[in-house]
Write a protein that binds this ligand. Structure first.
Ligand code: FE2
Length: 383
């Protein structure tokens, strides 16, 4: 790459000839006219030369990184709760001592489930730490949500008992991502009004815990399995959001290094989504499904059997089905969706809030999160 850059530079014309001077003058005149046409206000709002000088971040790039840092801190917080009870607490991901019954219920979905929980938690720690460290390395303010660590978490065996930022015990899950990624005809970016069917309608109406709240949740077995199944749907529901958020915000980034950060972290969210998508499938297929929680009626159907099945529900169809992209006149394409950038950060906040992930948080918490999202959504790619 270095050689390419040198050769490109060496091929550039050196100004000096009459023609060069004339074309430079014409170009300047064109730029002057274009900027004048764009209006004085927008010209003053775009100090082109200053944006990446001195290694500083543009305000927009800093705002995007700060919003993502906040999102990663919140992700880390709930993944830690999962790891304490159903993962592998160790020196990489400290805290808690494991809950054998809950871990076994998760392992019914995949014997490697605890390892995946551990690794996902480890990843989120590094995303959170990297983004804040990068902000500080550029002289920009990092994000600190510690003042909002006020929520009581699980008191079940294995929990560290520490205060939390997020609430895993009153979740209402929008499971329509499941059919969105199986649809070959619909893309929310092209048809935002289309309603994708829920994979588990019960999770979308009511509030359910994804972790044992106390040891009373460890029985009966069908209740504990329903809690594990709720976790198995919550995990991909979250990760598919990150999967869309990074490419959506990348379209607003100015600095190529910041773009590189978004393009490098975003796909790990996709790796997570893909794994959890498969585990969710295990919760809605034989031999575990159908299953009804005897304490609250929450039902996980068998999505491979009538009236389900087919391309919209079959549980092993976990790779994105090709769908319309950019225009219905272009051929279908296997893609992450949605990736529309307008209001993407606030959309993520609203999605997480509607999920119940922040139930119990203070008005100041929501104000801060919305301010961070608004600033990220106001970022514009400058050049
Ligand atoms: Fe992450």
């Amino acid at each position: 790459m270095k050689n390419d850059r040198v050769s490109i530079r060496s091929n550039q014309k050196t100004p000096g000839t009459q023609n060069d001077l004339a074309s430079t003058a014409n170009r300047r005149s064109f730029i002057k006219k274009t900027l004048a046409a764009a209006g004085a206000a927008s010209v003053s709002a775009v100090p082109l030369a200053a944006q990446t000088s001195n290694g500083q971040l543009t305000p927009g790039d800093a705002a995007i990184l700060r919003f993502l840092a906040a999102a990663e801190i919140l992700e880390t917080d709930f993944w830690v709760q999962y790891n304490e009870l159903g993962g592998i607490p160790d020196s990489e991901v400290p805290g808690g001592s494991g809950n054998p019954a809950y871990t076994e219920a998760l392992s019914n979905l995949d014997e490697d489930f605890p390892q995946y929980v551990h690794d996902n938690t480890d990843d989120e720690f590094t995303h959170q730490n990297f983004l804040n460290a990068y902000l500080m390395s550029k002289g920009a303010a990092p994000v600190n949500l510690e003042p909002f660590r006020t929520l009581p978490g699980s008191t079940a065996t294995g929990s560290s008992g520490k205060l939390r930022l997020t609430n895993l015990m009153q979740l209402t899950l929008d499971t329509s991502w499941y059919t969105r990624y199986r649809s070959s005809t619909q893309n929310p970016d092209l048809n935002p009004n289309f309603v994708f069917p829920q994979a588990v309608p019960g999770l979308h109406s009511g509030q359910f815990t994804a972790i044992p709240r106390t040891d009373a949740d460890l029985s009966p077995a069908a209740h504990l399995q329903a809690i594990a199944n709720t976790a198995a749907f919550h995990m991909p529901t979250i990760e598919q959001g990150g999967n869309s958020l990074y490419p959506s915000l990348a379209q607003r980034v100015t600095n190529v290094e910041v773009l590189r950060i978004l393009l490098s972290i975003g796909p790990t969210e996709t790796c997570h989504f893909q794994i959890w998508h498969d585990k969710a499938g295990a919760a809605v297929s034989s031999p575990l499904a159908p299953l009804t929680d005897p304490t609250n009626g929450l039902t996980f159907p068998d999505l491979n059997s009538p009236p389900f099945g087919g391309e919209d529900f079959q549980t092993n169809l976990i790779m994105p089905e090709p769908c319309p992209f950019l225009s219905n006149s272009l051929p279908p394409c296997s893609i992450i969706r949605p990736t529309q950038t307008e209001g993407a950060a606030m959309g993520a906040v609203n999605f997480l809030t509607a999920m119940g992930l922040f139930i119990g948080q203070s008005p100041a918490f929501f104000r801060l999160l919305q301010d961070l999202a608004r600033a990220a959504d106001n970022a514009r790619r400058l050049f």
